[in-house]
Design a protein around this ligand. Structure first.
Ligand code: HDD
Length: 715
């Protein structure tokens, strides 16, 4: 894997360079710059004597080490970041005055951090969970942070419930179990009492919660935001990120195995793709709604549990995000990056979505404890690339040396500086929304429909996706110990789809309570009805299905960066191996040779191939497809190798494309799927020239999910 990567110079990378340290060919020093002569031994009274307190080098080193950790993020603790750029296609002056959304020449530097939500910093990447998709745009008018997720809706409608949601999903407080998992009583207890989460639960139980790669996820700003143009007109906007590699997921069994075999799977995938120059790309999409149309929808634009179906408002693709540089230092950049939904620039503004409004408080507040004080904006990764002038002063770790006597406004001593910016000078003014209302604590009735979009999502899925949702719910609720919680959840599912509820009920050995239609009144004997949220009051009209909601309709035209395992043993045929390798690499596939042992493997004509991976160090769950080259002896050796058989059986179970030279038939005949080789349209056998094109198309399909039709695939 090449480690060199381009260092694209832009305003942000140039700024970061000033803070980047490189020790190559340098002498070691203390933090005070004193050169260190011995970094191996502490200063002692004689070679066997006690250590001396005066050893300032030892004390400095240990003290720094003792303080290396900072609190992890309360949510989204586990994450991976990368630098990149955003390039606009067409000026958007009709909708917004934001400079970076009007300038098609300048590339805006960005830093992106992907994350899971529930797990700790060291937890697995493959948890069934929402993924964070946070983008910091370093624009010439200040930082704009789009702090989104890979799902377009959220669990709750009001930020007041966020601490409850997070307490419920995090490991339980008595024994701190389970880690990075929602499959436990407290989460489903809360969810079963919060019908507003129904739509999000459909997303969370779908395969979107187990992405194949961060590079193959959509991203969403979730809330309706505002765009404001130079004339002061406002438009509601929903932000979307559309990955150019399509939206793909792994199977749940795969996810669980990857969690053990390589918990860094997504982090590694992102890092390696960027290091190899295979830069991940997304298009930024906007759904724009003129302010006058705010009430034209059968749902409330301010309700974060609702999408605007793309059939109602199409997504306009307005620019491209490319991630092109790995961070130099994980802690300095990925850990210390501080996102905040409140970081906006002129031309962008907030809506009254109550979840967004609460977030506007939380992000700044959390950084104060996490990063130790109010000066975290001075940490290099957080610094804007445009000038910063104000009267903020002092505090822990202040870096800026503000000159002069003046730190207040108005002032005459400093000539009134810094001046307030007029609008013509790019000064930010909030959108002058008219507000005339009573202060209340209540949920708007327009937020009361909790099920129609959960239904829309479920109905839009393919049969296989629906099966996966049934399986996911059966897994999760199967881990729930308290029967009343399982039953309450079945009542919720019954509101979404009777078949779904029945399927899950059967799998978890529970029955759907006979009161599902009366949910408003009661959730069961052990529940205080007063603690239950109100229920749907509106039967609304929207599309019955929405194409964009199913991953079955995603882009399936490329195998770029897809990983293909070549199973090889002594006696393999070099020509078929090489031809297939060439054919797949020409389309951007990545080939790894896996053999019974590491080191040189000898071909049938004495050729030598170095196996860098073996069945011990590698696993089928890391790959998208498998190929077995020619060579009768190779096939015989693989047939006698239980790990090789497990590898290919498992690949078959996980619905992956399998191709083999006819010589490998003997090996295939020893697999579970020996009787299906001719029938399964995900298995190809033949000479390379005859099957390579079809193999490419098969891998591009991502998975052959039809294989799961009989529902149980062994491995
Ligand atoms: Fe949040 C982090 C996304 C609701 C409070 N959130 C955080 C991150 C992402 C999101 C991607 C990680 C940022 C990073 O990589 O550093 N959060 C969302 C989305 C939400 C959402 C898409 C709903 C639409 N969040 C939400 C609410 C609250 C918070 C309602 C509180 C009222 N979120 C936080 C936080 C975090 C955070 C506690 C933890 C670490 C951080 O902010 O920097 O402030």
């Amino acid at each position: 894997m090449p480690t060199s990567q381009p260092d694209p110079l832009n305003s942000k990378t140039e700024q970061l360079q000033q803070f980047t340290e490189n020790s190559a060919d340098q002498l070691m020093t203390t933090d005070q710059g004193v050169k260190i002569n011995d970094d191996q031994n502490s200063l002692t009274a004689g070679p066997r004597g006690a250590t001396l307190l005066e050893d300032f080098i030892l004390r400095e080193k240990i003290t720094h080490f003792d303080h290396e950790r900072i609190p992890e993020r309360i949510v989204h603790a586990r994450g991976s970041g990368a630098h990149g750029v955003f390039k606009l296609y067409e000026p958007l002056s009709k909708y917004t005055k934001a400079a970076f959304l009007n300038d098609t020449e300048t590339e805006t530097p960005v830093f992106v951090r992907f994350s899971t939500v529930a797990g700790s910093r060291g937890s697995t990447d493959l948890a069934r969970d929402v993924r964070g998709f946070a983008v910091k745009f370093y624009t010439q008018e200040g930082n704009f942070d789009l702090v989104g997720n890979n799902m377009p809706v959220f669990f709750i409608q009001d930020a007041m419930k966020f601490p409850d949601l997070v307490h419920a999903v995090k490991p339980e407080p008595d024994n701190e179990m389970p880690q990075a998992a929602s499959a436990h009583d407290t989460f489903w207890d809360f969810i079963s009492l919060m019908p507003e989460s129904a739509h999000m639960i459909m997303w969370l139980m779908s395969d979107r919660a187990i992405p194949r790669s961060y590079r193959m996820m959509e991203g969403f700003g979730v809330h309706s935001f505002r765009l404001v143009n130079a004339s002061g007109e406002s438009f509601f906007v929903k932000f979307h990120w559309k990955p150019l590699l399509g939206v793909h997921s792994v199977a749940w069994d795969e996810a669980q195995k990857i969690s053990g075999k390589d918990p860094d799977f997504h982090r590694r995938d992102l890092w390696e793709a960027i290091a190899a120059g295979q830069f991940p790309e997304w298009e930024l999409g906007l759904q724009i709604v003129p302010e006058a149309d705010e009430h034209q929808f059968p749902f409330d634009l301010l309700d974060p549990t609702k999408i605007i179906p793309e059939e109602m408002v199409p997504v306009q693709r307005i620019g491209k995000l490319t991630l092109n540089r790995n961070p130099d230092n994980f802690f300095a950049e990925t850990e210390q990056v501080a996102f905040h939904v409140g970081n906006i620039v002129p031309g962008i503004d907030f809506s009254n979505d109550p979840l967004l409004q609460g977030r506007l408080f939380s992000y700044l507040d959390t950084q104060l404890i996490r990063l130790g004080g109010p000066n975290f904006h001075e940490i290099p990764v957080n610094r804007p690339v445009c000038p910063v002038h104000n009267h903020h002063r002092d505090g822990f770790m202040r870096q800026t040396i503000n000159k002069g006597r003046v730190s207040y406004s108005p002032n005459s001593i400093g000539g009134g500086c810094p001046f307030q910016a007029g609008m013509a000078q790019g000064g930010f003014t909030s959108y002058a929304e008219r507000i005339d209302a009573k202060k209340v604590r209540e949920r708007s009735p327009s937020f009361h429909d909790h099920f129609s979009q959960a239904k829309l999502f479920f109905n839009s899925q393919s049969d296989e996706e629906k099966n996966h949702i049934t399986d996911a719910l059966s897994f999760e609720l199967g881990k729930v110990q308290i029967m009343a919680i399982r039953e309450r959840m079945l009542s919720i599912l019954y509101q979404i789809d009777h078949g779904l509820a029945a399927g899950v009920a059967y799998n978890i050995g529970a029955h759907i309570p006979d009161y599902p239609e009366q949910l408003n009144q009661s959730f069961g004997a052990d529940t205080d009805p007063a603690s239950v949220q109100p229920h749907p009051v509106r039967d609304v009209t929207q599309p019955a299905r929405s194409e964009a909601l199913s991953m079955a309709n995603t882009i399936k035209n490329t195998i770029r960066t897809r990983k293909i395992a070549f199973l090889v043993a002594d006696g393999f045929e070099m020509s078929s191996l090489q031809e297939m390798k060439n054919a797949l690499e020409a389309e951007g596939g990545i080939i790894n040779v896996i053999a019974p042992r590491l080191g040189p493997i000898t071909g049938e004509n004495g050729e030598e191939l170095i196996a860098a991976r073996s069945f011990l160090t590698d696993a089928s769950v890391f790959y998208d497809a498998v190929y077995i080259p020619g060579g009768i002896n190779c096939a015989a050796t693989l047939e006698a190798e239980p790990d090789a058989l497990h590898f290919v059986n498992e690949a078959w179970k996980h619905c992956k494309a399998i191709a083999a030279h006819p010589d490998a038939r003997q090996f295939l005949d020893a697999t579970y799927f020996r009787n299906k080789v001719e029938l399964d349209n995900g298995i190809l056998t033949g000479a390379t020239a005859d099957i390579s094109e079809a193999f490419v198309m098969l891998i591009a399909q991502h998975r052959i999910w039809e294989r799961e039709k009989p529902r149980k695939v062994p491995a």
